[in-house]
Design a protein around this ligand. Sequence first.
Ligand SMILES: C[S@@+](CC[C@H](N)C(=O)[O-])C[C@H]1O[C@@H](n2cnc3c(N)ncnc32)[C@H](O)[C@@H]1O
Ligand code: SF4
Length: 455
Amino acid sequence: MIDFNKFTKYSKPGPRYTSYPTALEFDESFDADTYVAELEKQKRERPLSLYFHLPFCRSACYFCGCNVVYTSKEEKKERYLGYLEKELDLLVKHLDVSREVIQLHFGGGTPTFFDAKQLERLIRMIRARFSRFAPDAELSCEIDPRFFTESQMEVLKEGGFNRISFGVQDFDPRVQQAIHRIQPFDMTKRAIDVAREAGVESVNVDLIYGLPYQTFETFKKTLQLARELDADRYAVFNYAHVPWMKKTMRKIDETTLPKPETKLEILKYTIDFFENHGYKMIGMDHFAKPEDELFKAIEKGELHRNFQGYTTKGGADLIGVGLTSIGEGEDYYVQNHKEMRDYEAALEAGRLPVQRGIKLTEDDKIRNYVIMELMSNFKLDIPRTEKRFGINFAKYFSEALEELQTFQDEELLQISVDAITVSPTGTLLIRNIAMAFDAYLKKIPENKRRFSKTV
Ligand SMILES: C[S@@+](CC[C@H](N)C(=O)[O-])C[C@H]1O[C@@H](n2cnc3c(N)ncnc32)[C@H](O)[C@@H]1O
Ligand code: SF4
């Protein structure tokens, strides 16, 4: 039995580390010209991973932390596709398109808020410019079951999409009402059936814990229902509550949010639940069947983390296209404009719509490696890290190792000369563990840290 009350002290603001340095460190000194220079430097042998941000949604889910444009205007979508095409044309001027594409992802917002014809236009536009897709490329799309038709599925299938991720969040009617997202179980089930019937190889379902009115009992029921959907993967995200950044989150009554000890209990139950049903925990919030390649990657210690979460495909350059999209290369991150007006204006002027980014220093790269290894594999091979970067680990990270002593004392991890190994209970607090290696966080006083709570 774990005494969850003991760990509530770890409930503090902290990054989710989809990047290191985090997006807070990006700045405007990294501009379109810097990005062009980076694109032209990319190595031929590095494959490409393409991300398209499709930002529109009809109405706001109050918990939503994604970059969304709420609209019911049809013409906005056509107009946006036109700008995506302009952006692609600029990108391919500086990108070697003979490189292999190993991933293509449509994220949002709600990609299926675009109708079948519009999705077809987008896929055609991409395929016309990137013709070399790897035979085993992963083509994935996020889908809101409330906006999903068979004809959209046909277009995606025709376009080679083999992975679909469905947004569910929670099945409890009271929770659904509080988050402004009414989505009956049957609607979700039908959407998944449509994908399965079309022969989609891998189905993912997104759930969130930490939402208003959730209790241990309600989430248990949500998990049971979710399991009936027999997805290949489940993502169970910790609700990131950042009302100072997202206005719609202010509609959530904070007194109805579950307490940290309840959240830890839910998380522990979730891990046991999926493991008892034959799934394996991948990173801090994913569960996959043993035959899933994410699972195989973890066995080989080859799981990676990027802006889209966990992936088996490391070593690719990620090209982000569309409003607010983030790209990632060997030693930089780049982000597009967040305001549609600025995004369009840059493209009208014939410039890539870059708002900001960062060039990674050697120290950033070392810490990035350590943090991503811990977040993905819950283990860090110390000799391998030393060899890779030519450092003496104990010396380089003396401060971090000291900070981790309390974690070691509480049996959340073990430090030896060979490795840092996170214990099963420690995985619940992996963000806190990773924070010890974050050089930027140290410069922000604890009461000024504007991140969601780790627990
Ligand atoms: C772009 S949405 C998925 C596609 C579609 N818009 C939908 O909602 O069905 C991406 C996922 O991010 C997760 N998410 C959004 N806001 C979140 C938050 N504040 N904290 C944790 N997860 C969040 C949700 O699980 C959601 O399904
Ligand atoms: S959760 Fe999905 S559907 Fe809801 S507002 Fe966010 S992006 Fe849109």
